[in-house]
Design a protein around this ligand. Structure first.
Ligand code: ZN
Length: 223
């Protein structure tokens, strides 16, 4: 038995134009097996991002890369916005100029999760990474009117499952977008000690609760 994510990845490669042989090589599974995955039950004709939305597809119900999903969810909950009033919904995350690595990581996560087009829009002091996609609302059901910290943020069961398996990734996303890491200086008996400290500044009590629940879980042995 092959894990469902391998099968989904092979099918996705095939749908994106790879041959069966190329998809088989990419996932390291035999040609006949991959041919069966790709051809026996052909994908219904789908348009746009629907074929890439794991919530709308009948053959997969999980992201191909759950760690990237958890990271993107963290970025979104931290300092992201999903605008659903536009003709096509647009997901935006503002990334501070101070750390260019975040811009690339954010872009990569958007591509990996929905595989849509991603753009950078420059503003003063920050870059907004944005991606248009009809199916972003399926993947980020926490969207809604008003500010995130003023409304209730509850993770769906399927999101909770992913987050519990990838606690480090959602925390990384939350900290990258909304937390700030700084060195704490403490002077003890004339000697200065410097240690990094994370400060978390999200105003939503729900987001704080899920983050602290996740930290406890990631700190537990074997968890
Ligand atoms: Zn969808």
């Amino acid at each position: 038995m092959h894990p469902p994510e391998i099968r989904a990845r092979a099918r996705r490669l095939y749908l994106c134009g790879a041959t069966v042989a190329e998809a088989a090589r990419a996932v390291g599974v035999s040609y006949p097996t991959v041919r069966q995955w790709c051809k026996v039950r052909p994908e219904p004709k789908q348009q746009g991002t629907e074929s890439r939305c794991f919530r709308c597809r009948s053959d997969v119900d999980n992201p191909t890369d759950p760690a990237q999903y958890a990271y993107l969810l963290g970025l979104y909950l931290g300092d992201g916005h999903l605008v659903t009033t536009a003709r096509v919904p647009v997901l935006r995350v503002s990334c501070a100029d101070a750390w260019p690595g975040l811009i690339a990581a954010c872009e990569q996560a958007m591509r990996n999760v929905l595989a849509g087009a991603v753009q950078r829009v420059r503003h003063q002091g920050c870059v907004v990474v944005q991606s248009y996609g009809k199916h972003w609302p399926c993947l980020l059901p926490q969207h809604g009117p008003g500010k995130k910290h003023e409304r209730r943020i509850v993770l769906a069961d399927w999101q909770r499952t992913i987050v519990e398996r990838h606690p480090g990734d959602i925390l990384r996303g939350l900290f990258h977008s909304d937390g700030c890491r700084f060195a704490n200086r403490v002077v003890v008996r004339g000697k200065e000690y410097v240690y990094p400290r994370y400060m978390f500044t999200n105003e939503s009590a729900d987001i704080m609760a899920s983050a602290s629940g996740v930290s406890t879980c990631s700190a537990s042995p074997g968890g």
